[in-house]
Design a protein around this ligand. Structure first.
Ligand SMILES: O=C1O[C@H](COP(=O)(O)O)[C@@H](O)[C@H](O)[C@H]1O
Length: 253
């Protein structure tokens, strides 16, 4: 497998990150829809959702073929979908309710399941979508191959719900796993695993704010290899990895 290409955009402000991210997503939406007839997008929760706001504006909003978008969730808190902690609710309120993506193209977790059941159910649904041709497969790994994952990062370097000192980050077989003791509340969550994340065509790492500066320095700084690997350091997609950093997040580089 050819190594991925990494691009780092260091931007002046969070506003500039939002503008650059919208242009990037628009470009990839056109590219993947032209190539495959659809655009599979995986959303993180957290601050990412607000940073998507520029894609809701001209020139992008009216120019995107939203009917071809498929939406998945990189990680999810095991709470009802209308709960304030739900990543689906965050994404719905801040983004999905404002764009004409058909409801049947949006894949939230199933409610009223245990974390383990919810992870298994989501994994089975992804496998079904691969089997019926809705999602591509990585010829290298056999895992689903999403077109674009939009990945945020916690200040201590976690991505999705894959945390330092938690074994889920080492999972090799499962596509989706669960955690019942997330150090960041709420404790019960499901999460994509690294083999699934890294089978993606494109990953955009969207990181803003000074809280993130230390972990960004570990991930991208010149002494990166000297540090114990943070979860974020395992992000390595088959295609392109593009970092969007504001001045504060990049201040340690
Ligand atoms: O708990 C979570 O945290 C991360 C990072 O969130 P942020 O607010 O620091 O941007 C997020 O990417 C993940 O989806 C979420 O469940």
């Amino acid at each position: 497998m050819a190594p991925h290409t990494t691009t780092i955009h260091k931007l002046k402000s969070e506003e500039q990150v939002a503008i650059a991210l919208a242009a990037h997503i628009y470009h990839l939406s056109n590219k993947f829809i032209a190539a495959n007839g659809s655009f599979s997008v995986v959303l993180s929760g957290g601050t990412l959702i607000d940073t998507l706001r520029k894609i809701l504006e001209a020139p992008y909003f009216g120019a995107i073929d939203w009917s071809k978008w498929l939406i998945f969730f990189l990680d999810e808190r095991v709470v009802p979908l209308d709960h304030p902690d739900s990543n689906y609710k965050l994404a719905y309120d801040g983004f999905l309710s404002k764009v004409p993506i058909p409801e049947c193209n949006i894949y939230p977790i199933k409610e009223k399941l245990s974390p383990e059941e919810a992870a298994d159910e989501y994994e089975q649904r992804l496998k079904h979508l691969v089997a019926n041709g809705t999602l591509k497969t990585s010829p290298t790994t056999g895992f689903a191959k999403f077109d674009l994952m939009l990945v945020g990062m916690g200040p201590e370097g976690h991505v999705a719900s894959l945390f330092c000192w938690h074994f889920q980050r080492f999972e090799k077989e499962k596509w989706v796993t669960f955690i019942t003791d997330s150090p960041k509340p709420p404790p019960p969550r499901i999460t994509f695993t690294f083999p699934l994340i890294n089978s993606a065509d494109e990953i955009a790492m969207v990181v803003t704010g000074e809280d993130a500066a230390d972990a960004v320095k570990v991930a991208l700084g010149k002494h990166a290899a000297d540090y114990y690997p943070l979860p974020v350091q395992k992000v390595s997609p088959e295609g392109g990895l593009t970092w969007f950093l504001d001045e504060e997040a990049a201040s340690g580089l």
